[in-house]
Design a protein around this ligand. Sequence first.
Ligand SMILES: *Cc1c(COP(=O)(O)O)cnc(C)c1O
Length: 388
Amino acid sequence: MHIDTRCSQAGNRRDPLTGAVSTPIHHATTYAHPALGASTGFDYTRTLNPTRLVLEETIASLHGGARGFAFASGMAAIDALARLFQPGDHVLLSDDLYGGTYRLFEQLLRPLGIDATYVNTSDVRMVAEHLQANTRAVFVETPSNPTLKITDIRTVADLAHRHGAWLIVDNTFMTPYFQRPLELGADIVVESATKYLGGHNDVLAGTLVVRSEDLAEKLYFIQNSVGSVLGPQDAWLLLRGLKTLHVRMDRHEFNARKLADWLNQHPLVSRVYYPGQADHPGREVHALQAGGFGGMISFEVPDAAWVAPLLANLQVITFAESLGGVESLMTYPARQTHADIPESIRQRLGVTDTLLRLSVGLENVDDLITDLNQALQVAVQGVMSHEA
Ligand SMILES: *Cc1c(COP(=O)(O)O)cnc(C)c1O
């Protein structure tokens, strides 16, 4: 069945007792045993919950994986997969990485003896050069956050496997609708479901999907042992979001393409990052491994002094963290998502004081353009009159 159909049908035909089209929310924490030594399959909600299970099977199906797991947040999902590593292990990561992932590896895992190196994984030679004897995994984001660099998933999977390491892909920006890393050779795909999968800026969640039964068993053991599972109410919200994922992603992309083109010719914008643009260095690789360019754009203004007035004058777009919801959001990575990354590294990565990130929502794109245009005009006039 096509992915659109699997999205729309998420949670349907799953409750034989009532025929409910929307999966029931099972709040029960415990389940009666039919007899000594017998089970309905459900015993205790941390171990298995019927609502969470429907979600986990849905996300596994969307990615074409062996099994899916739902966690209380994207970071809880990344923390769970990090428990696959042991002291003495090494992980090679994209240098242009979500700040929270960097913080987890540097401040919580490094003190436990898990080593990490950050390289530009869009250059496969850098990956090959930095694989070590103790490298257990390569962890990439593609497109990366926030400068939207593209990593060749097939080639990096191949390199990792020849080295006996797993490839883990943070697929938050793409979702399974646009990109299915497991089909390209990755072993684990992780998503902050808080973003596009939920899609309405109203649920915190994370998902993992794995390719092999072996990894599924390991991660199920970790999930049940640690217990950072997604609650049933939130699992239902996420299932509801997934039902419209395909429609939302198409519209996010339609709006983003138009906005990126508009920004690109704007005299007050000095640089635009969008993988769909003709001059984006990763465009071809991305087009081969994904079905769309997504809804995230980053751009630079010529002067850091413009940033505060621009953000203050937005009327439709909201100045806020996060991404992937129906409402357009503007983020200032240097001070928000990437504040935990040292200044010198940020400069090298292009996460400068003049960089803004836009999560393009589902509004009418002409209203977004009008809003950005007036905020840019106010920003430049404010700065100029101040200088005069
Ligand atoms: C938001 C985000 C995360 C963390 O997810 P939470 O749900 O906020 O814990 C991880 N990776 C990427 C790319 C993200 O955007």
